[in-house]
Design a protein around this ligand. Structure first.
Ligand code: NAD
Ligand code: IPM
Ligand code: MN
Length: 368
């Protein structure tokens, strides 16, 4: 029996609650498909800060590197939100593990489950047929640029007094843009053959370089793929105006962060948006949402983004297409049966069909 070693990182807030459901699904898939998933928890985020003083202990990084795949839930929370720039933050653990594992491609599939067409805040005819893949650059840009904060800068305060100054820098290297562009074009070839490259080339130098490189890669190696450039502000609007016309959307780190939360709502809830963070080595799978402090500890979080991240793991890391399909059809069948967590329920959902986190996980497992 083949054994896959999964490094599981429950993290903070709803993280441990949804991770439990991800593990249940892995166990069910293992049973049905005759493999074993050996899950081992490691610390990240606020939980790691509390236990060790830092958001990503070396042991976690070592465990991740030694695993066949990493499954993350979510990190962060008000407990660790501080204005002290010297204090460790949970989010730094996430950024560091992405960087250390070289996970420069973040795939965020935005798909409508037909049973959920009514759960979107957009009209059903607008969301009908939405099926896009956001390809977010994940290890460059503003998130990793030089930054600094000054507290006593001459003239930075009001009335010419000393005050604060801070900066973050948005920087990209040619190879970083080239490789993410290739990922987008490759993805498009397996889909509907269209890439929308999102930038702010009318203002930013990095964006002008981005656009030039994306077109060079396209013209040289992917002329068969349709390529459009969309300025990011327009993209934010088009996403809710004509979401079904997007196929692959490729963009830099922070634009991708923002646009993917927006796109998630097209599907009804951020609790539905899975993701895969890929590089050249071990990959990491993570829901796109955060630790949802507002509902943590209540057992009501939607575990489907976590479960659909497990689906992506089966597909991308283990080449288990049939198992991935089984997870997807189990989720589809649960939704078709009218079962909902609170975030995707509406006024017409009967009370007995509104499930908690664990019951939703069980409903999926029953169908695998
Ligand atoms: P969030 O994604 O945690 O929550 C935004 C909203 O969506 C909240 O109303 C929340 O209840 C809801 N939501 C999110 N996931 C849900 C789910 N599975 N089921 C039902 N509802 C869900 O974003 P936030 O509130 O801006 O951030 C909270 C914390 O999470 C912050 O500390 C932030 O840094 C962190 N964060 C972590 C990650 C990650 O670990 N990958 C991602 C985003 C934010
Ligand atoms: C995400 C999150 C993270 C990001 C934060 C928590 C660092 O918002 O995965 O989308 O911005 O990448
Ligand atoms: Mn985000």
């Amino acid at each position: 029996r083949k054994t896959y070693r999964i490094c599981t990182l429950p993290g903070d807030g709803i993280g441990p609650e949804i991770m439990a459901e991800g593990k249940k699904v892995l166990a069910a898939v293992g049973k049905r498909f005759g493999v074993e998933f050996a899950c081992e928890d490691a610390l990240i985020g606020g939980a790691a800060i509390d236990a060790t003083g830092g958001p990503l202990p070396d042991e976690t990084l070592d465990a991740a590197r030694a695993s066949d795949a990493v499954l993350l839930a979510s990190v962060g929370g008000p407990k660790w939100d501080t204005t002290d720039p010297a204090a460790p933050r949970p989010e730094q653990g996430l950024l560091k593990i992405r960087k250390e594992l070289g996970l420069y491609t973040n795939l965020r599939p935005v798909q409508i489950f037909s049973a959920l067409a009514g759960a979107s805040t957009l009209r059903p005819e607008v969301v009908d047929g939405v099926d896009m893949m956001i390809v977010r650059e994940l290890t460059g840009g503003l998130y990793f640029g030089r930054r600094e904060r000054f507290y006593d800068e001459p003239g930075a305060g009001a009335d010419g007094k000393p005050g604060q100054r801070a900066y973050d820098t948005l920087e990209y290297r040619e190879y970083e843009v080239e490789r993410i562009a290739r990922q987008a074009f490759e993805a498009a070839r397996k889909r509907r053959g269209k890439v929308s490259s999102v930038d702010k080339a009318n203002v930013l130098e990095t964006s002008r370089m981005w656009r030039e490189i994306v077109h060079r890669v396209h013209d040289a190696d992917y002329p068969d793929v349709e390529l459009e450039d969309v300025l990011v502000d327009n993209a934010a609007m088009q996403l809710i105006h004509r979401p079904a016309t997007f196929d692959v959307v490729v963009t830099e780190n922070m634009f991708g962060d923002i646009l993917s939360d927006e796109a998630a709502q097209i599907t009804g809830s951020l609790g539905m948006l899975a993701s895969a963070s890929l590089g050249d080595g071990v990959a990491l799978y993570e829901p796109s949402h955060g630790s949802a402090p507002d509902i943590a500890g209540q057992g009501i979080a939607n575990p489907l983004a976590q479960i659909l991240s497990v689906e992506m793991m089966l597909r991308y890391s283990f080449d288990m297409g049939d198992a991935a399909d089984a997870v997807r059809s189990a989720v589809t069948s649960v939704l078709d049966a009218g079962l909902r967590t609170r975030d995707i329920a509406d006024a017409a959902t009967p009370m007995e069909c509104v499930l908690g986190t664990a019951a939703m996980g069980d409903a999926v497992v029953e169908r695998i």
